[in-house]
Design a binder for this molecule. Sequence first.
Ligand SMILES: Cc1cc2nc3c(=O)[nH]c(=O)nc-3n(C[C@H](O)[C@H](O)[C@H](O)COP(=O)(O)OP(=O)(O)OC[C@H]3O[C@@H](n4cnc5c(N)ncnc54)[C@H](O)[C@@H]3O)c2cc1C
Length: 474
Amino acid sequence: MGQPRSYDAIVIGSGPNGLASAIELARAGRSVIVYEAEETIGGGARSAELTLPGFVHDICSAVHPLAVASPFFRRLPLAAHGLEWIHPPAPLAHPFDDGTVAMLERSIEHTSETLGGDAGAYRKLMTPLAASWKQLAPALLGPMRWPQHPFALAHFGIRALRSACGLTERVFKGERARALFAGLAAHSMLPLEQMVTAAFGLVLGITGHQVGWPVPRGGSQRIADALASYLRSLGGEIVTGARVESVEELPPSRAVLCDVTPRQLLRLAGQRLPDGYRRKLARYRYGPAAFKMDWALDGPIPWKAADCARAATVHLGGTLDEVAASERAPSKGEHAEKPFVLLAQPSLFDPTRAPAGKHTAWAYCHVPNGSTFDMTERIENQIERFAPGFCGRMLARKVTPPTGLERYNANLVGGDINGGAQDIRQLFLRPTVRLYATPAKGLYICSSSTPPGGGVHGMCGHFAARAALRSALR
Ligand SMILES: Cc1cc2nc3c(=O)[nH]c(=O)nc-3n(C[C@H](O)[C@H](O)[C@H](O)COP(=O)(O)OP(=O)(O)OC[C@H]3O[C@@H](n4cnc5c(N)ncnc54)[C@H](O)[C@@H]3O)c2cc1C
């Protein structure tokens, strides 16, 4: 790689987890270099002018409850390195056809006021869980360990292990709360009848109340830039445009941490791994894909329900039944006629994203892994359904199907945005029971294919670095 010297550790990939692991190592006094395949750093935390000059779009992640909840990121001086969080008045809006909207507000009380007859049931479900968030967060945003707060975790676990459909149908009587919860749980990218999908709904709901769903001023790239700036201040190095084809080509080091998914790890280091472990990596399952769209708009989205403009994130999918049908489709190799659409409108709260008076929008829906089906019309129809006139505001659009996502970032295998399916078998023991370590001496995996999985939180990188510091880098 043209680097003559040796390092304590080399990190392959500069996604949030790669940068997090490099920071953890540098903070422990180890010399570290990061090799990034692309010309810009950040992996799933990058932004660019995808449509027109002056319109800054988030290429992957846009909204960041997990980053502000991350026990690791919270300890880093990222504000001093340029990261500024913008909190919209409400974390999330979930509109209905009748022009009303269920809101996830910062306050449980205000959220419940938008849920009709289920106000009391929502308060009863969320109040104790939100109150124990400080105890729950370290357990939920990390690998399975003996819990420090077993009662809080048990209270959460009994509800979280259920399917989202099972939990909502038992707890809520009306459509509004059921639909709001279904939208939250749909971030799992699993059929909502599957066990453990309730966990995603609960965690995202609680983060809405406890930490908010902010966007970074200037775009998600600023998260990566702040992490990189802090890493450099600790003496860490980053080289871009440096795709690693094999670990054999790297300069000497005591540890290599790979911010890649199992399929790529096999290519990078397969020859160092025993057959049994290789077979396990080859059996690792990838999940559904995202079909992603970005728009440059002539004005704000003309929502039927005005409150939608108070949130950076809007879930478009109507009722629980509709959301559930949409999330079942990819697992059957099908494409939902009315897809559940996750939409973000950061420019409403961050004027740096678009020229004055203009706006950006970001959205995706879930499709089968590797799908080549064009969802453009179906996504735009869903937006028009809740915001008539949306298409009339369009100045330009950029469509990124699953293949485009993978071309942009090799970790997005078949368009899977979570580094592998997050069902009950792979949520806790990913990519294998060894988690971050591999059988090869000094070789680690630190991407979202390890616990706690997808999202910009850096916890996978943090725990992988801790594993390396306990053994290869002791
Ligand atoms: C469309 C989309 C929307 C999303 N929305 C959100 C959201 O709103 N909020 C949220 O929290 N999360 C979101 N995510 C998920 C989030 O982006 C990822 O979970 C997160 O980025 C994973 O971080 P990572 O470091 O594990 O991997 P990545 O961010 O994927 O980074 C991996 C890096 O490794 C590099 N790399 C790969 N192979 C090599 C190689 N051989 N040599 C050198 N470098 C290599 C890649 O180029 C990349 O930079 C979204 C993802 C997508 C795609």
